[in-house]
Ligand binder design. Structure first.
Ligand code: C2E
Ligand code: MG
Ligand code: MG
Ligand code: MG
Length: 284
């Protein structure tokens, strides 16, 4: 009886798996084409100082709008790219494109680039960044890389070696999605990031939850005493921003302050932000 049931379940299980795999295979093929035909795009989301909302830089976020599949979320295609090795060409393209685009912005602005584990662990990773910076003549201090805790678990030693080499070059590093990974604190002991990005899930209910406020306060205090700045991600409401100001967060990012926009719009955005900042300063 048990065996028959087992067999029955197995029979149901196969077609579903099959469908998922076929769908993934289809996405993989389309993604490979998109990379080869230069169909990916970068959007840029502004990052501001928390105290006075001064524009500081942008995070580059990859976009894939496929002619037949429509727009695919990076949460899905980055995952596929990681599994299939496509992250290598994709990541290389993202890095070079973000660096190139940042040269069109005022020199006080930084660009922040997400890097996934497979990309980060490549031996050539640090060299390829230094080549791209040199080729496009972008000052190293204007580049920041964002990695998640997943980038640290597999080979903590080679991870911290790469991070030190980047630091030596003048490139900043941020720990992204902080608080959502498995083990957070030991990583902060082994390597000092320049910045810690507090995950959106801690911000979402900040104005409604005392516990979340306590947690965010503790994260900000801890990272400050370790010499890191904090960026709060995913601010959608004015109340959230106000609380973050009271808690002393350094930088803020979220739909309330600016959504990710394409390169052209970003160029216009940073020019007008800077002009209005200057005229505000003149007024004083
Ligand atoms: P992330 O690095 O944590 O990026 C922040 C995500 O939150 C982005 O989603 C952004 O659009 C979204 N976001 C920003 N502000 C708000 C807000 O106020 N409310 C809400 N609901 N969402 C907000 P996106 O662009 O869909 O990217 C998702 C993830 O995909 C990124 O999370 C990052 O892990 C990955 N990703 C995106 N582009 C790249 C890339 O070029 N390379 C790599 N390796 N990963 C990337
Ligand atoms: Mg990020
Ligand atoms: Mg994040
Ligand atoms: Mg994320």
């Amino acid at each position: 009886e048990a065996k028959r049931q087992g067999k029955h379940r197995y029979a149901q299980f196969v077609p579903i798996m099959d469908l998922k795999l076929r769908k993934r295979k289809q996405l993989e093929i389309a993604l490979r084409q998109a990379i080869n035909n230069n169909l990916l795009e970068l959007h840029y989301q502004p990052i501001f100082s928390c105290a006075e909302q001064k524009l500081l830089g942008y995070e580059a976020l990859c976009r894939w709008n496929d002619p037949t599949l429509g727009s695919v979320s990076p949460d899905i295609f980055i995952d596929i790219a990681e599994e299939t090795g496509l992250i290598e060409p994709l990541g290389r393209w993202v890095m070079r494109e973000a660096i190139r685009e940042a040269t069109a912005w005022p020199a006080e602005l930084f660009v922040s680039v997400n890097v996934s584990p497979k990309q980060f662990y490549r031996k050539s990773f640090v060299d390829s960044i230094s080549n791209a910076l040199r080729e496009h003549q972008l000052a190293a201090h204007r580049l920041e890389i964002e990695i998640t805790e997943n980038c640290l678990v597999l080979e903590p030693e080679s991870a911290s070696k790469a991070l030190f080499e980047l630091k030596e070059m003048g490139v900043s590093s941020a720990l992204d999605d902080f608080g959502t990974g498995y083990s957070s604190l030991s990583y902060l002991r082994n390597f000092k990031f320049d910045k810690l990005k507090i995950d959106r899930s801690f911000i979402e209910f900040l104005h409604l939850s005392d516990d979340d406020q306590m947690l965010v306060r503790a994260i900000i205090e801890m990272s400050s005493s370790l010499g890191m700045t904090t960026t709060a991600e995913g601010i959608e409401a004015a109340e959230q921003l106000q609380i973050l100001q009271q808690l002393g967060a350094h930088q803020v990012q979220g739909f309330l302050l600016g959504k990710p926009k394409n390169a052209m719009t970003t160029k216009q955005h940073c020019m007008s932000e800077l002009l209005s900042a200057h005229s505000a300063a003149d007024g004083d």
